[in-house]
Design a protein around this ligand. Structure first.
Ligand SMILES: Cc1cc2nc3c(=O)[nH]c(=O)nc-3n(C[C@H](O)[C@H](O)[C@H](O)COP(=O)(O)O)c2cc1C
Length: 346
């Protein structure tokens, strides 16, 4: 874990919450939307560990946001105890996205988040996601249409630009603010970078100085000290955590503890074992065994990275043909780790 070189008095002065329109978040450390990951089960697992201010749905194509299509893919399903919840949609046709926004509002979303950052060729190929960074007039029309269509707060999640020759994060921020958007989240990589290189938080700081709506930064925050350091260095309103929360779902709790000057909680192998079992149990309540097993495979690839010898666990779970077999591999792996950790403490 990174060490933090900030005085407690500086830490005490960092913002702890922010408002998006009328919604006041109890913590300004929030979970990133992640397609294929942040479904209701994952969100509830994160919320259950505490101190996460906001969760978000996976990105959903506005074209599929009709009551009939929603029954099929259930991407915007949530339970009341997941609120406040942001629901994220992508699209590029102002009327269609505005109609989808009304459906999302009707579903009870607290915040509507518009995706203009997804770099996937499947998404940008259709003119959605980061592709709109190359057509700001169209983005502006879309945001204004959505603003006129709904009453709930709207946020925009976007990247620094299409490529390094076309960095337009400040211009995008101003266009969004003018269109009536209530908050911004910048993942300060370009579309061209995908997930390569590092997230340049100076860009987030520049956006914060350029607009008067709340600005959240997203990218490469993988431990509690880094979260507080980013708040301090950039003056942003909040920090969004994605991959760091899959690898370490306790990160929100650890940040809260570090703020209070306490030693951050270190999960034991037993805690991790319990987390995986509980995750699997909840998945099985929501989906069939094949899908639950796929979710476990996806979780384990990030979640187990910090555990010694975990490559073997990942390989075994990826080979598993049933949930029972995966559970056996988990038990064998964690039995060994729990015994090693008990021996090191005696
Ligand atoms: C598996 C995965 C899926 C993602 N899906 C989405 C998405 O649906 N919508 C979105 O706005 N960003 C999505 N992102 C980007 C994250 O929200 C976040 O901005 C990015 O991963 C950087 O933050 P991190 O370093 O904390 O992961 C996704 C990222 C990952 C790794």
């Amino acid at each position: 874990m990174n060490s933090l070189n900030l005085d407690q008095s500086i830490i005490n002065a960092l913002p702890t919450y922010y408002r998006i329109g009328p919604i006041e978040l109890t913590s300004n450390i929030v979970l990133a939307p992640m397609a294929g990951v942040t479904d209701s089960v994952f969100r509830r697992m994160i919320l259950g560990l505490g101190h996460c201010g906001l969760v978000s749905s996976e990105m959903t194509n506005a074209a599929s946001v009709s009551p009939k299509a929603l029954k099929r893919h259930r991407l915007l399903d949530y339970l009341p105890d997941e609120r406040p919840i942001a629901m994220q949609i992508s699209g590029n046709d102002p009327d269609l996205v505005a109609r989808a926004a009304q459906v999302v509002e009707g579903l009870g979303a607290d915040i509507l988040d518009i995706n203009c950052g997804c770099p996937s060729p499947k998404v940008t190929g259709g003119g959605h996601g980061a592709s709109l960074l190359r057509n700001l007039p169209k983005m502006s029309r879309m945001l204004k249409a959505v603003r006129a269509a709904v009453h709930i707060p709207i946020t925009l999640k976007y990247r620094a630009g299409w490529d390094k020759q076309s960095l337009n994060y400040i211009e995008t921020a101003k266009i969004a603010e003018d269109a009536g958007v209530d908050g911004l989240t910048l993942h300060p990589r370009t579309r061209e970078q995908l997930y390569r290189g590092t997230a340049d938080w100076q860009r987030v700081a520049e956006v914060k100085r350029a607009v008067s709506i709340p600005v959240i930064g997203s990218g490469d925050v993988n431990d509690a000290a880094t979260a507080l350091q980013r708040l301090y260095e950039t003056g942003v309103d909040g920090v969004m955590i994605g991959r760091g929360a899959i690898a370490n779902p306790w990160i929100f709790l650890q940040i809260a503890q570090l703020r209070r000057g306490e030693a951050p909680f270190t999960p034991t192998p037993a805690d991790k074992f319990e987390f995986m079992h509980r995750f699997l149990d909840l998945c099985l309540e929501e989906m069939n065994e094949r899908l639950a097993l796929n979710k476990l495979k996806q979780l384990v690839s990030h979640f187990s990275l910090a555990l010694p010898g975990s490559a073997a666990l990942r390989a075994a779970i990826h080979r598993s043909a049933s949930v029972a077999e995966a559970r056996e591999h988990m038990e064998a792996f964690f039995d060994l780790h729990m015994a090693t950790s008990a021996a090191s403490q005696s």
